[in-house]
Design a protein around this ligand. Structure first.
Ligand code: MG
Ligand code: ZN
Length: 245
């Protein structure tokens, strides 16, 4: 079986999957916990990417600096076993692994953390929400899908900012021929859409006790989920699974 897999793709969600925390919430827990509370209160009313963008502006207006946010990102929990797991995947020649990060966070948060772990060069692509620092130290964050243009048509439950299933399909289209196996590492309900599109030879490494596990249990059978499902709780188990398959 293993010998037939020459080219594999490993797709990583970022928050609570590759990283052991959630960037959008963590930076405010570290620098402005009252804004973290305000976000929680507004989460049901405001689209999440817009809410993070708005909270970044509010934090900036009260003097939270770029350096403080970057520092918070660099000290955010990120398990050493996950760094090892990713590094080992890339140095193993057979199968040859392509790494793809697919996230609802943003490019600045992810790049800052990957850089601090020495992992940047290992990823083929990062697809997430765009963001950039301006000269005053404000991080300008936008939805991947501009709210004033055409919207995605996903009915599985993706947030308006991005359909992760569509983004995975687009990546696969850009990187033909088809991979012999796709492994998706995810935790959240927003990972369900791409996971439902995986084939029977593919696999999801689903983190326990979070939205994706619940959604698979509730709708997986009804939606014709085809891929293999392996569960994990700690990053050391992801490292272990990669070493066994
Ligand atoms: Mg996640
Ligand atoms: Zn979707």
């Amino acid at each position: 079986m293993a010998s037939t897999i020459k080219r594999q793709l490993v797709v990583y969600d970022f928050d609570w999957s590759m990283a052991d925390q959630d960037t959008d919430r963590w930076i405010f827990e570290v620098n402005a916990p009252d804004l973290r509370r305000k976000m929680k209160n507004l989460a049901s009313e405001v689209q999440w990417t817009d809410l993070v963008a708005q909270t970044l502006r509010e934090a900036h207006s009260r003097g939270v600096t770029r350096e403080q946010i970057e520092h918070a990102l660099k000290i955010m929990p990120f398990h050493p076993a996950m760094v090892r797991a990713i590094t080992k995947l890339k140095i193993t020649a057979n199968p040859e692994t392509t790494l793809f990060c697919l996230s609802n966070a943003n490019v600045v948060f992810i790049s800052t953390i990957l850089e601090s772990k020495g992992l940047t060069a290992l990823f083929e692509e990062i697809v997430t929400n765009p963001a950039e620092w301006d000269s005053s130290g404000l991080l300008n964050l936008r939805r991947k899908i501009d709210p004033s243009g055409p919207q995605h048509s996903c009915k599985i439950g993706c947030s308006p900012n991005m359909c992760k299933g569509d983004e995975l399909d687009a990546f696969l289209e850009r990187h033909q021929p088809d991979f012999d196996r796709v492994i998706y590492v995810g935790d959240g309900s927003n990972d369900y859409c791409p996971v439902v599109r995986l084939r029977s030879q593919d696999m999801v490494l689903c983190r326990r006790y979070r939205g994706l596990e619940n959604r698979i249990a509730k709708d997986g059978e009804k939606d014709g989920l085809k891929c293999q499902v392996k569960y994990w709780a700690g990053a050391w188990e992801v490292e272990e699974i990669f070493s066994q398959i």
